[in-house]
Design a protein around this ligand. Structure first.
Ligand code: IVH
Length: 666
C-alpha cells in the first residue's frame, strides 16, 4: 500500500510539473505520449484505490461521471459586472468621475491598469489552503453555478497552488482559442451537429456540460485578472496582483500595461484598436482599472459594478443575420463571385446588407443555403464575409450557380483546374466597367474621383468603351457636364485627375492593365526588369520566367495577355496618351537596410507577395525574429513570432500599417 501511495505521489508530481512546463512556459520536457502514459497509470492506480483520490489530483482533469444538475454556489465576494465606454468621450467621463470621487481634480494623473477584455465566461475559483475546491460561474453576481468538475479539466487552471493560506477567490475568464474553436466546429460539421456561433458560446457550452468528460475534450484556457479578497495577498495594486498571480502559476495576459492618466488610456485604446481582433482568442475590448487597491476601496461600487473600472468596447466585428438571397457579381476577369444579400445588420461600426461568399468551394465548405441564419464578420477595412452557419430553417434553399452570365447572358465556363466560373465574353459590360475601374483605382493609375459608379455611368452613356477612351474625354467637356450628377466643377476635377495620371510610373501602368496574376509586387518587379512597356510586351515566356519572384503561371498569363489582339490594340492606343516615368530601381530609403518578418495570416496578399514587395523596395525579408529585425508585420492569428518580437522590443505593425509604409515610400 505504501508503495502505491508513493507511486501515486511521484506520478502526480511529474504530471503537475509537465503541465506547468507545457502551459506556463511553453517548454515541455516530456512528449504528449509520455504524458498520457503517466495520466493513464495514475488513473489506473486511483481506480483500484479510490480512497487515495484527492481533489487536486491531475487525474481529475479528464472529467468525472455526469451529474444531474449544477448546484448553486454563493460567492464570498459578489462578482460585479463592468460599466461600458464606447468612445473616447465616455472614457474621459469615467476618469472625471473617478477624480471627482477622490477629490483629485487637480493636475494629478490616476494610475490605471489597461488590460485586454477577453470574451469568454467569467469564472470564480475558490482555493482553500491552496487547493481548488470550487469553481463557479458568475450567475447573478451573488450566486453562480458550481461547475468544479468541468473547471478541473481546464489545463491552465491550477488544481493546487503553494503559498496562499486560507480561503481566496481567484477570478478570471475561461475562453477558447480560435484554433480549437475551428477544430470543434469542423468536428461538429462532420458529425452533422450544429455549429457554435463563436468561441465564447463554445466555451460557455463546454463549461455547462453535466458530463465533465465532454468538457475535457474541448481544450479550454483560463486567464486570471482579479481576486475576491485582495487584502489576503501581499500586493497593493492591480499591476502587482497580476504579477503575483502569475508567479503562483495562474496564467495572466502579458499585454496588460500600467498607464498614467486618461491620455495614456486613450493611447492604449488606439494601440489596440486594430490589433484587438487579430489575437489568437476573441477579445472585444479593453478594461481600465484604477491600479491602487486603496483607491479602489475608497471609490467603492455601485449596484452594477465597481466605480474604479470600466470596459472600453470596440465595435463588435461579428453578428448574426439571415441570408435572404445570393447574387453573382462579375469581376474584371469575368469570374463570378457569389455575394450574400443579408438582412441588414450593424457590425464593425456600420450597417451591412451584403457579404462576399468568395466562391463556390466556400459555399460548399461552410454548407451555406438561402434562408440560413449565419455569422457575419466585418473588421476594419476588410470586406464583410459570412463566417459560418448557425442554423438552417426547414425551407432553406440551395445556392445554385448560374449557367449564363447575369450581366450579359453569355455562356459561363468552368475550367477544370479552376475553382471559379467565368463569363467568357471579353466585352461583357460588367467586365469592361470593372477593368476601367481597376485601371483608375488608387494603387493603379490613381485617378481621383473615378469610382465604380462614375465609370459605369460614363460607360453606359457611351463616353468610354475602354481605359484609353478616358484620355479623349477632354474633347467632350460640354456633353459631359450635361450628364446628370456631373456638374461643371466635377467634370473639371475629373479631367484634371485624368491628365495627372498620364505620367504615372511604369509599374503602376503595368498593374493597371489588370493582367491576371500580376499584382502590385509583380508589376514593380517587371517594371524594373523590362524598363518599358514595349520591352515587356516583347518578352518571351522564358525571359519572363527568369525574373526573380515571377513564377511560371504568372509568366504564362503575361505572355497570353500580350498575345491577345484586343489587348495589343488597347495598349497601342493607351501609349499614345501615356508617358510613364521609369520605376526607380534604387529602392526606397524607408526600406533600405531594413529587415521585415511576416507572421500570421495576411488579408490582402500572400506572405510570399509581401516578402517580394519588401525585396522590390530594397529591404530584406526573413523568416525568423531576432534583435536585428526592424519590423514584425503581424496578420491574423500571429503566434510565437509576435511574442518573440515583444520580448525583444522589435516594433510590430499591422498589415495595413505595412502597406501604408509601402505607399508612402513609392
Ligand atoms: S475585471 C470587478 N478584467 O468582462 C471587476 N473583467 O464586462 C470585474 N472580462 O464579467 C472584472 N476580461 O467576464 C475584468 N481583464 C479583465 C477582463 C474582464 C474580460 C470580462 C469579465 C467581466 C466582463 C465585464
Amino acid at each position: 500500500m505504501a508503495a502505491v501511495e508513493d507511486r501515486i505521489k511521484v506520478l502526480r508530481e511529474k504530471i503537475r510539473r509537465a503541465n506547468i512546463l507545457y502551459h506556463q512556459h511553453d517548454a515541455p520536457e516530456i512528449s504528449d505520449a509520455e504524458y498520457d502514459r503517466l495520466v493513464q497509470e495514475l488513473i489506473a492506480l486511483e481506480t483500484e484505490h479510490p480512497e487515495l483520490i484527492t481533489p487536486d489530483s491531475p487525474s481529475q482533469r479528464v472529467g468525472a461521471p455526469p451529474i444531474d444538475a449544477f448546484r448553486p454556489h454563493t460567492h464570498i465576494t459578489p462578482m460585479l459586472s463592468l460599466d461600458n465606454a464606447f468612445d473616447e468621450a465616455e472614457l474621459r467621463a469615467f476618469d472625471k468621475r473617478v477624480k471627482r470621487s477622490l477629490a483629485m481634480q487637480g493636475a494629478e494623473n490616476i494610475e490605471y491598469m489597461g488590460e485586454l477584455k477577453i470574451d469568454g465566461l467569467a469564472m470564480s475559483l475558490t482555493y482553500v489552503n491552496g487547493v481548488l475546491t470550487t469553481a463557479s460561474t458568475r450567475g447573478d453576481g451573488r450566486q453562480g453555478e458550481d461547475v468544479t468538475p468541468n473547471a478541473r479539466t481546464v489545463r491552465t487552471i491550477p488544481l493546487r497552488v503553494d503559498h496562499i493560506p486560507g480561503t481566496i477567490e481567484i477570478r478570471g475568464e475561461v475562453y477558447m482559442l480560435h484554433d480549437e474553436f475551428e477544430r470543434i466546429n469542423l468536428e461538429r460539421a462532420a458529425n452533422g451537429e450544429s455549429q457554435f456561433a463563436n468561441p465564447r458560446n463554445a466555451a460557455a457550452g463546454a463549461m455547462r456540460q453535466l458530463d465533465s468528460r465532454i468538457t475535457a475534450k474541448r481544450r479550454l484556457a483560463f486567464l486570471a485578472y482579479a481576486v475576491g479578497q485582495p487584502d489576503a495577498l501581499p500586493v497593493e495594486g492591480q499591476h502587482d496582483l497580476l504579477a503575483y498571480l502569475n508567479k503562483l502559476g495562474f496564467p495572466t495576459n502579458p499585454n496588460s500595461k500600467k498607464v498614467l492618466g486618461i491620455d495614456e488610456c486613450a493611447r492604449f485604446v488606439e494601440e489596440w484598436r486594430d490589433k484587438v481582433h487579430a489575437q489568437v482568442f476573441d477579445a472585444d475590448g479593453l478594461v481600465f482599472k484604477v491600479d491602487s487597491f486603496a483607491l479602489q476601496i475608497e471609490l467603492g461600487n455601485t449596484s452594477r459594478g465597481p466605480r474604479w473600472a470600466i470596459a472600453y468596447k470596440f465595435p463588435a466585428t461579428e453578428e448574426m443575420t439571415v441570408i435572404q438571397g445570393v447574387t453573382w457579381q462579375v469581376g474584371r476577369t469575368g469570374v463570378l463571385t457569389p455575394v450574400a444579400e443579408l438582412e441588414p445588420v450593424f457590425v464593425g461600426g456600420v450597417t451591412i446588407s451584403r457579404a462576399t461568399l468568395h466562391n463556390e468551394g466556400e459555399i460548399e465548405r461552410k454548407g451555406l443555403m438561402i434562408g440560413d441564419k449565419v455569422v457575419v464578420r466585418r473588421a476594419g477595412e476588410v470586406i464583410p464575409e459570412v463566417v459560418s452557419v448557425v442554423s438552417h430553417p426547414p425551407d432553406a434553399k440551395a445556392i445554385v450557380p448560374p449557367t449564363r452570365c447575369p450581366e450579359c447572358n453569355s455562356e459561363v465556363e468552368k475550367q477544370i483546374d479552376e475553382a471559379a466560373r467565368r463569363c467568357v465574353n471579353f466585352s461583357c459590360p460588367a467586365q469592361v466597367i470593372e477593368r476601367i475601374h481597376h485601371f483608375a483605382s488608387r494603387n493603379a493609375m490613381d485617378i481621383d474621383g473615378l469610382g465604380g459608379k462614375i465609370v459605369a455611368m460614363l460607360f453606359s452613356n457611351g463616353f468610354i468603351a475602354d481605359a484609353a477612351d478616358l484620355y479623349a474625354l477632354g474633347d467632350r467637356t460640354e456633353a459631359l457636364s450635361q450628364v446628370e450628377g456631373m456638374g461643371e466643377l466635377s467634370v473639371r476635377n475629373l479631367l484634371e485627375a485624368i491628365e495627372a495620371s498620364r505620367a504615372r510610373p511604369l509599374d503602376r501602368v503595368i498593374f493597371a492593365l489588370g493582367i491576371r496574376q500580376v499584382g502590385e509586387t509583380a508589376a514593380r518587379v517587371l517594371a524594373m526588369r523590362f524598363g518599358t512597356l514595349e520591352n515587356l510586351e516583347q518578352g518571351t515566356e522564358e525571359q519572363l520566367q527568369n525574373v526573380e519572384d515571377i513564377g511560371p503561371v504568372t509568366a504564362y498569363e503575361i505572355h497570353e495577355f500580350f498575345r491577345r489582339p484586343e489587348n495589343r490594340h488597347l495598349l497601342e492606343r493607351l501609349m499614345r496618351h501615356l508617358t510613364p516615368q521609369s520605376t526607380s530601381t534604387a529602392g526606397s530609403a524607408a526600406f533600405e537596410g531594413q529587415t521585415f518578418v511576416f507572421t500570421g495570416t495576411l488579408e490582402q496578399m500572400s506572405r510570399e507577395e509581401a516578402e517580394a514587395l519588401v525585396r522590390s523596395m530594397g529591404g530584406k525579408a526573413s523568416g525568423s525574429v531576432s534583435a536585428k529585425t526592424s519590423y514584425v508585420v503581424a496578420g491574423e492569428k500571429a503566434g510565437s513570432k509576435l511574442d518573440k518580437a515583444r520580448e525583444l522590443g522589435v516594433p510590430t505593425i499591422t498589415e495595413q500599417e505595412f502597406l501604408d509604409m509601402v505607399s508612402s515610400a513609392t
